[in-house]
Design a protein around this ligand. Structure first.
Ligand code: 13P
Length: 342
């Protein structure tokens, strides 16, 4: 492992004013997104959609540092035969790859999941590196509910897998994005989310240390401390920002170059406002930016709707969301910028 090079990539992923486009939906997930906009999901339509995103020049050159791809996409070519991964490189962004293979029910823990995909991961990482991937992603999913979920078993096995994955990535000269996602489904309040996320982050960093992962060569992708979607009392933007930053300061060593949040089902504007409010707090030991999937893609998906004549509109929508989140990553976003663009 060359730690200096891993650190250089990690720093580039969170360079000021840029963040990550999570375009790594599995075929099942992207099919759900396409269903919602009335588009049939085929290899070609998925290719066309991702080609539209990666040819959004403004977003890709100014606001996006890296793109997380799904296995199908990393091997696909654009309509003119250019590998999709080359479009990303040509824009000056870094290609990355989702390497987990989804979740399975966790035995003896009803209702809980464990992320799988460690088998033959070393060989897969080698192939992805040769193809051009310089970072990877693995997502652990932790639910919250009143029936004793999450259990320490679920938190522990998922953290252990994140540690195994991260160590294998670094051995393959690939920067791991470590993503322990505490879901915002449910009716729990922000303090319950804060309590569970704190526990999850602490156990995850214990595992990373135990498994000798170099913190300088990784990126953390957490959820924010936020109210459950069905909670009657929704925390304000400032409360989310204050509690999330306090939690991260307590749990995430300063050696980690950056923290790139998932959006997790927040609306586009909420995800931007929360990131902005956190960056306005200032004096943070790590960069705080975005690694959004839905909060970057919902608008371009709607504008595109699967029609070739809407490609420019889809790209405008991505450019706009990427610019808003870029401003938020600097603490310079303002709500009226959204209205001007509308
Ligand atoms: P969302 O921003 O839609 O939560 O997706 C980010 C991601 O990569 C989840 O693994």
């Amino acid at each position: 492992m060359n730690l200096a090079d891993l650190n250089k990539v990690a720093q580039a992923m969170v360079v000021p004013g840029k963040g990550i486009l999570a375009a790594d939906e599995s075929s099942g997930t992207i099919t759900k997104r396409f269903d919602a906009i009335g588009v049939t999901s085929t290899e070609d339509s998925r290719r066309d959609y991702r080609e539209m995103l990666f040819r959004s020049t403004d977003a890709m050159t100014h606001y996006i540092s890296g793109v997380i791809l799904y296995d199908e996409t990393i091997w696909q070519n654009a309509k003119d035969g250019t590998p999709l991964i080359k479009l990303i490189e040509q824009a000056g962004a870094i290609p990355g790859i989702k390497v987990d293979e989804g979740t399975q029910p966790l035995p003896a823990c009803p209702g809980e999941l464990v992320t799988v995909g460690l088998d033959r991961l070393a060989e897969r990482l080698k192939k992805y590196y040769e193809r051009g991937a310089r970072f990877a992603k693995w997502r652990a999913v932790i639910d919250i509910n009143a029936g004793g979920i999450p259990s320490m078993t679920a938190v522990g096995v998922n953290a252990h897998a994140l540690g195994r994955y991260a160590a294998l990535c670094q051995a393959a000269q690939i920067v791991p994005i470590v993503e322990p996602e505490v879901l915002m489904d449910g009716d729990h309040d922000i303090d319950r989310c804060l309590e569970v996320t704190t526990r999850v982050l602490n156990v995850t960093f214990q595992e990373l240390r135990k498994q000798r992962v170099a913190l300088e060569g990784m990126i953390l992708k957490p959820n924010m401390a936020i109210s459950g979607k069905k909670c009657a009392k929704q925390a304000s933007v400032q409360e989310v920002a204050d509690k999330t930053v306090r939690m991260l300061k307590a749990c995430v060593p300063a050696a980690v170059p950056g923290i790139a949040f998932l959006s997790g089902g927040q609306s586009d504007e909420e995800a931007t406002a929360h990131l902005d409010a956190m960056n306005r707090i200032g004096n943070l030991p790590w960069k705080l930016t975005f690694s959004y999937g839905r909060a970057l893609q919902a608008a371009p998906q709607k504008a595109w709707a699967g029609k070739a004549e809407n490609v420019a509109a889809g790209q405008r929508a991505l450019n706009h969301r990427a610019r808003m989140n870029s401003l938020a990553s600097r603490g310079e976003w303002q709500a009226d910028l959204e209205k001007k663009a509308a």
